[in-house]
Design a protein around this ligand. Structure first.
Ligand code: PLP
Length: 469
């Protein structure tokens, strides 16, 4: 048994290092087809088990070519970070320690580590030190947790105890947001029983931000209805930040709860160069952000932070007869899970590895790289800069250079160029539709992206554009 464990873990270490240390020589995108992956992985369920080390070896062999190289520096699709060395190591230890981090009594060190992490996060993100928090699986559950606290408060204010009575017969809730809200908001509303019909999406200004007059107008239509205003710090296309300084006070006038989805954008607060985008964000009621994006903690890791501690606790706290009274913070009182991974260790390690200055530097380097890539690509013949990054998100598109080319031709060309870049293995990008046009998104949030990666990426795109002539 001990031998098995040793050999299995030794294999895991060897293969992990091989993966991480050869990222620069490997294609950035997966190269295997769905059929080929199924052929390797959809094995007949065996009656007889096999030795642990062999399981590891076969798993590694079977997934080869089916992994994206998003742990490396040239993966710019979606908003996917890598993982810092200390965070990877701490995440492994978390697995080995196998703590059930639901309560202090069940996993004491894990609970105290989360106390430390919560305090550090609020400090780094410029949020009130008195706020409560929860380390959840990602932005989806961070939004859900924040909105659960919001639901409690706005219905409590309307004389309705939602935790006890549910939503049958409850006053309806209005959720006001902009058209740029993230897809996860819809599921949060569905899970919380508010339904997607509760959402009112307001048109945005040219910079992708909620407009003060539109918000004022919507709220004043029905000033008494329980209301949540959902703002955003960093949308996925252009990294737009709502103007919190102006918008939060408007929401306040109507006793609305303000939730900010800042899955990656909230991290701009860590840098003195970018902090200004978050002016006034600390006046909101709840915030959602991710660890597994810009902080470069392994998946799955997000953070919900709530200024209204009582609303947060009322929405989440969980008691059972066999639980002991606690001397410390019990995660079950703040989290949507009961038994859970001790995910605080990886965040603890990431923050300790970087320190305050290292996190600011990570944010700034990513923004500078995004800017350099967007400008470099935009300057190529056959390319057009669509959004110059203000933070770490930019957009370009590619033009069909034939005479009389239509928008549809450019859309098609953009998709084809993306396909060719990804096929080249040199970099990985994804498409989006922004203001009706197909674009290529440039999202940089990996600690590893270097000047060399930026250069190599621009060269690779230039080569692919040349292949059309
Ligand atoms: C990624 C993202 C989410 C969802 O976060 P997950 O960690 O993927 O659940 C929500 N909002 C925004 C703005 C995001 O970028």
């Amino acid at each position: 048994m001990t031998q098995d464990l040793r050999r299995a873990l030794a294999a895991a270490l060897r293969h992990s290092l091989e993966h991480l240390e050869t990222l620069n020589e490997q294609p950035v995108g997966a190269t295997r087809s769905v059929e080929s992956l199924r052929e390797s992985l959809l094995k007949r369920l065996a009656d007889q088990g096999i030795d642990a080390p062999q399981v590891v070896e076969e798993l590694v062999a079977d997934v080869r070519g089916g992994l994206h190289g998003n742990a490396g520096g040239r993966f710019f699709a979606w908003v996917i970070g890598g993982a810092l060395p200390a965070a990877v190591a701490a995440d492994w230890m978390t697995t080995a320690w196998d703590q059930n981090a639901g309560m202090f009594a069940v996993a004491p060190a894990a609970a105290i580590v989360e106390e430390a992490v919560g305090a550090w996060l609020k400090d780094l993100l410029g949020l009130p030190a008195s706020a409560s928090f929860a380390l959840v699986t990602g932005g989806q559950m961070a939004n859900t947790t924040g909105l659960a606290a919001a639901r409690h408060r706005v219905l409590h204010n309307a004389g309705w105890d939602v935790e006890r009575r549910g939503l049958f017969g409850a006053p309806s809730i209005r959720v006001v947001t902009g058209e740029h809200r993230h897809a996860t908001i819809l599921r949060a509303l569905r899970l919380l029983g508010m339904g997607t019909d509760s959402l009112i999406e307001l048109p945005l200004d040219a910079e992708g931000r909620l407009q003060a007059n539109a918000l004022q107008e919507e709220l004043s239509k029905d000033p008494a209805v329980p209301t949540i205003v959902l703002m955003q710090a960093g949308d996925v296309n252009i990294g737009a930040f709502d103007n919190f300084e102006v918008l939060v006070p408007i929401a306040r006038e109507y006793r609305a709860w303000v939730h900010i989805d800042g899955a990656f954008g909230l991290w701009a607060a860590a840098s003195s160069r970018f902090r200004h985008f978050l002016k006034g964000a600390d006046q909101a009621d709840s915030w959602a952000t991710d660890g597994h994006k810009w902080l470069n903690v392994p998946y799955d890791c997000g953070y919900a932070i709530v200024a209204d501690v009582d609303a947060h606790r009322a929405a989440m706290s969980q008691h059972a007869e066999y639980l002991l009274p606690s001397e410390a913070r019990d995660q079950v009182d703040w989290n949507p899970e009961f038994s859970r991974r001790a995910r605080g260790f990886a965040t603890y390690a990431a923050i300790r590895q970087l320190g305050r200055r290292g996190i600011a530097d990570l944010v700034e380097r990513c923004c500078d790289s995004a800017h350099a890539i967007a400008m470099g690509l935009g300057a190529l013949s056959g390319a057009e800069l669509v959004w110059e990054p203000r933070i770490n998100q930019g957009l370009v598109r590619f033009l069909d250079l034939k005479p009389n080319a239509t928008e549809a031709d450019h859309d098609k060309r953009t998709e084809e160029v993306i396909r060719r870049i990804v096929a080249s293995g040199e970099a990985f990008f994804g498409p989006t539709t922004w203001k009706g046009r197909r674009c290529m998104r440039i999202s940089v949030c990996n600690w590893q992206t270097s000047a060399e990666d930026v250069h190599r990426t621009i060269k690779a795109v230039e080569r692919e554009l040349g292949s059309f002539e």
